[in-house]
Every structure is written in C-alpha cells, then in structure tokens.
Design a protein around this ligand. Structure first.
Ligand code: PLP
Length: 366
C-alpha cells in the first residue's frame, strides 16, 4: 500500500540543527568547557548506583524540590522536562492548537513557531525594532484585545543576545490573562555581567503573576546539552496545565541523577560562566575593529555579527576551514548576520582568524 499521511504535515520542514562534524563547534551555543572535573567525578559516582530496571520518578520530585527551594517556592511550582525544548512543546500543546493564537516577536528562537505549525496554532508576529527590542506598545495593544493565548519573551534573546527590561515584561503580564513565558535559557550569562541594581531575571515575579512562566535549562551555562534537562518555574495553576499534556517518563533516570548532582554543585560553574562572559567581551572588542564586521552587544554566550559580505558565502568558507557557526541571515532584520557561540580562547582566536580571511576572500572576489 501507499501510505496515507496527514495533510496537516505536508508543508512542515523538520527542525534542522545544522550540525556538521568539523573541529570548531561554535554554532549551537553549547558550553565548550563542559563540567568541572570535580562535578564530573560526582556524576560518575552517582551513576554507579543508579537503578535502570525501574521506571524513573515521572515528575522527578527530588530534583523538583531542589530547584524549587532555590527559587523559594514549592514543588508544585516547578516542572522539569527533556530539555527546555520539551517544555516549550508542552506549552505549545497546553496553550495552543486549532483556533488558538501565539504572539511571537521575531527574530527569535524558531522552535516556538515550529511547534505552532505542527499543532495548527495561529502565529501572530510583531517584528522587533532595528535594535532588536520588542515593540512593547504594539504587543500590549495586541494582548489587550483578549484573544491571544500565549506569548514567549526570550531574554537574552536568541539569536540577537539582548535583554527585555523588567518594566516591559511587567507591562505585558498586566496587559491580559494570556500566558507569558519568559525564556531565560541564557540568563546565567546576563546575571554575571549585570549591574547589581538591575537584576535581568524576572523569576521573582512568579509570586505576583499567575500568568508568568520562567523557562531555564542546564544546556547552556551548566554544560549539559547532552543530558537534556530543562525546567520551568511558575504558578501552580500553570504547572498543572503542563502536567496534563506531558509525557510521563520523558526525563529518564540518568538525566535526573546527573541534574541533581549538577544542581547541587551550581557554584562550581560560576568561574566557567565568568570566563565565557570575559571572552565574549574580548571577542566583541576584537571583532569591532575589523573592517566590514559589526558585532552586536550580547548578554548571552553567543555574538550576533553583521557583515558587509554575503553571510552564506562567509559561513561556507568558515565551514570549509573547520569552523561551524550559525547562519541566521534572512531578508529582513538579520540580513547578512551570523550567530557565533563564544568558545575557549583558542577556539575564539581561530574563529576570528578564519572570519577575517573569509571576509577578505569573499569581498575580493567581486
Ligand atoms: C537552547 C535554548 C533552549 C533550550 O534548549 P534545551 O537544550 O532544549 O534545554 C530554549 N530556549 C532558547 C532560546 C534556547 O536557545
């Protein structure tokens, strides 16, 4: 028989992480340092006594309790998932679907709109400004009309690296009863470089707003992209909705075990985050004096770079010379932009060298 497929999926293009096996991996915003040796040792010890023939605790309650206590909330206000991506899909399932509306602020993480395409959720886009800020007046006006079901504010935003202010997030939270997800996947990098008077995270606002959900992950600052562990913190009401749609055993025993060790050794990652933030500023400084290259300020572990050269050709040249970065160039706000993950000093030095060669080679071809 030929196979009958669902016409809803006819136009869907699967998410492509654009992974390629080259020596310099600066495309996925992973943490080049991984785990400190001391933490790695504790993880290996913990795995030795892990039980594999039994199903995991479906809600990972021990891990939930540990995360909850560091946010000063109860277990019922936290949920962990198989990476932040699974939780984003759970959010899309719980708040989206046919005849429901997601408010999006592109350019941002493409996974949000991707889930809507599969679930039949309508996506309404309000484009960011030239400085990549959310047009908060337009967002609040749209939210106030009452039919938006959920929205996601990414701060620091991927791929632009800038923050949304607390005042702007509060305006959106107060504009309607829609769920406002604040995706803080890169927040640890912003917190380290922030002026202490302006805390960039809005996690403390969960006590005041039932419609706020904070998303975080161990994939970036905590060097655990391979472990697949993300979490959300929010009102009990919001968490309850997510529990209705989630896959019961999505967070396996290995991930729960590793995450508990990592969580209890969080402070061991601070020096790593510090050196990445220091490298980020150093790389931005170097790129800013190179002709035909414009790096944008960033609060995350990656840098958006605009070039006076065709981004695809630059990407291709760098790839051929062993450096993988992300081509985020589009016809609009991100024209001729690449997103470059901050790596180790050696990786960054090599990346800069290859980028300079790429630009002169490509501009010389004309
Ligand atoms: C990386 C990332 C996530 C989550 O990644 P996981 O590895 O699935 O935890 C969520 N949001 C943004 C914006 C990201 O860049």
């Amino acid at each position: 028989m030929t196979l009958k497929t669902n016409p809803k999926l006819a136009g869907v293009i699967p998410y492509d992480p654009a992974a390629h096996a080259v020596p310099y991996q600066l495309s996925a915003n992973e943490n080049a340092y991984g785990m400190p040796d001391t933490v790695r040792f504790q993880v290996e010890q913990a795995l030795k006594t892990s039980v594999f023939n039994r199903y995991p605790d479906p809600l990972a309650n021990d891990l939930r309790d540990e995360i909850a206590s560091s946010f000063g909330v109860g277990r019922e206000q936290v949920l962990v998932g198989n990476g932040g991506d699974e939780l984003l899909f759970d959010i899309a399932l719980a708040w989206g679907g046919a005849e429901r509306i997601f408010l999006n602020f592109p350019p941002t993480f493409s996974v949000y709109a991707g889930a809507c395409e599969i679930l039949g959720t309508a996506v309404e886009n309000i484009a960011r400004t030239q400085a990549f800020d959310i047009d908060v007046d337009a967002a609040c006006t749209r939210l106030a009309s009452g039919d938006i079901d959920y929205t996601i504010v990414t701060t620091p935003n991927n791929p632009t690296g800038n923050l949304t202010t607390r005042a702007d997030i509060i305006r959106m939270l107060e504009a309607s009863d829609a769920l406002v997800v604040v995706d803080e996947a890169y927040m640890e990098f912003a917190q380290l470089s922030a002026d202490p008077a302006t805390e960039p995270s809005v996690a403390d606002l969960i006590a005041r707003y039932d419609n706020l959900l904070i998303l975080r992950t161990l994939s970036k600052a905590y060097g655990c992209a391979g472990v697949r562990l993300g979490y959300v913190v929010g009102s009990e009401k919001a968490i309850t909705e997510l529990i209705k749609v989630r896959q019961p055993y999505s967070v396996d025993t290995l991930s729960q075990t590793i995450a508990r060790v990592v969580w209890s050794h969080r402070e061991a990652f601070v020096p790593i985050v510090e050196s990445l933030v220091h490298e980020r500023e150093r790389v931005i400084g170097t790129l800013s004096i190179i002709d035909n290259v414009r790096p944008y300020a960033s609060q995350a572990n990656f840098i958006l770079v605009r070039m006076n050269a065709d981004a695809h050709a630059v990407w291709e040249y760098m790839h051929r010379h062993g450096v993988l970065v992300r081509n985020v160039s589009d016809g609009g706000l991100l024209k001729n932009c690449l997103r470059i993950t901050v790596g180790t000093p050696t990786e960054n030095a090599h990346m800069i060298e290859v980028l300079i060669q790429a630009i002169s080679e490509i501009r010389g071809r004309k």
